[in-house]
Ligand binder design. Structure first.
Ligand SMILES: Nc1ncnc2c1ncn2[C@@H]1O[C@H](COP(=O)(O)OP(=O)(O)OP(=O)(O)O)[C@@H](O)[C@H]1O
Length: 254
């Protein structure tokens, strides 16, 4: 699968969030989107997920503009983790994860034993084994976040779009979940695009990054080239220092 953004430009009111830019994303790549608050990261992610149509340029998935792809088919190709979720009809954890299988079911078709097994497996992958019958509203913030990540895993898209997946997660779960996403790219040839606030997580797990500057300029490419203290200081409007360490370089606020 190939995702191409061609001269993509985003505007909100008088503000240009993204000046026209091109980007080509291949199977197996893990991208991080970085930028300061309000720079347009969520708007960009939602636009790529087909939720906004008020953009200029083209968004093309395997040679087809995303508007031309029926939504159910699109949901088998690309899945989105929202920054926050509203629970209109809270059910159990298992029922919630099973909604990830819906793009794969025919109208009125019930989930199969395979769907159930996959849902249980994804709960296990995010450390929620044993939570199957728990009501969603009784879960903690981090448990709920992991539940929605499990739901996206159960959807099994080719392209994973995630808005701040590390939100609400403790240190261990941040690394467990981002490691899992990275593995999907390296071992299963899936693609990931995730909005991250922590440059250290991006440097560790993303092979490519998109830096979304407040003036609408977009820089994109391999992480090694773009994840520098100079570029990050400009991006966040705050001094960022680079600390050498044996394990890997660390970025800290100056
Ligand atoms: N409908 C709208 N009308 C006016 N401004 C809007 C509208 N929607 C979004 N914006 C503005 O566009 C900008 C980008 O919003 P967006 O949510 O994409 O930012 P973000 O980079 O994800 O921010 P954060 O890091 O705070 O989550 C913000 O300044 C927001 O206030």
């Amino acid at each position: 699968m190939k995702l191409q953004l061609e001269q993509l430009q985003l505007q909100r009111g008088q503000r240009t969030l993204c000046k026209p830019f091109d980007l080509s994303l291949e199977d197996g790549q893990c991208w991080g989107i970085l930028g300061s608050n309000g720079s347009g990261k969520t708007t960009l992610l939602h636009t790529v997920a087909g939720l906004h149509h008020d953009y200029r340029g083209r968004i093309v998935l395997d040679d087809t503009a995303i508007e031309q792809i029926p939504r159910k088919q699109f949901a088998r190709q690309a899945g989105l983790l929202l920054q926050t979720n509203e629970e209109a009809f809270p059910g159990t954890a298992l029922e919630t994860v099973l909604t990830g299988r819906h793009p794969h079911l025919k109208a009125w078709q019930w989930e199969s034993e395979e769907d159930l097994a996959l849902a249980r497996e994804t709960l296990q992958q995010v450390d929620l084994a044993g939570f199957e019958q728990r009501n969603l509203l009784t879960l903690s913030g981090g448990e709920r976040r992991r539940l929605y990540i499990a739901t996206l895993l159960a959807q099994q898209p080719q392209l994973y779009l995630l808005d701040e997946p590390a939100n609400h997660l403790d240190l261990r779960h941040q690394h467990q979940i981002l490691g899992l996403l990275q593995q999907l790219c390296t071992t299963r040839n899936k693609s990931v695009v995730m909005v991250l606030h922590d440059p250290n997580l991006a440097a560790r797990y993303c092979d490519h990054v998109l830096l979304l500057h407040e003036d609408g300029n977009v820089e994109s490419g391999p992480s090694e080239a773009l994840m520098t203290p100079e570029k990050l200081s400009v991006l966040y409007g705050y001094p960022i220092l680079h600390v050498a360490s044996d394990a890997q370089p660390l970025f800290i606020a100056g």
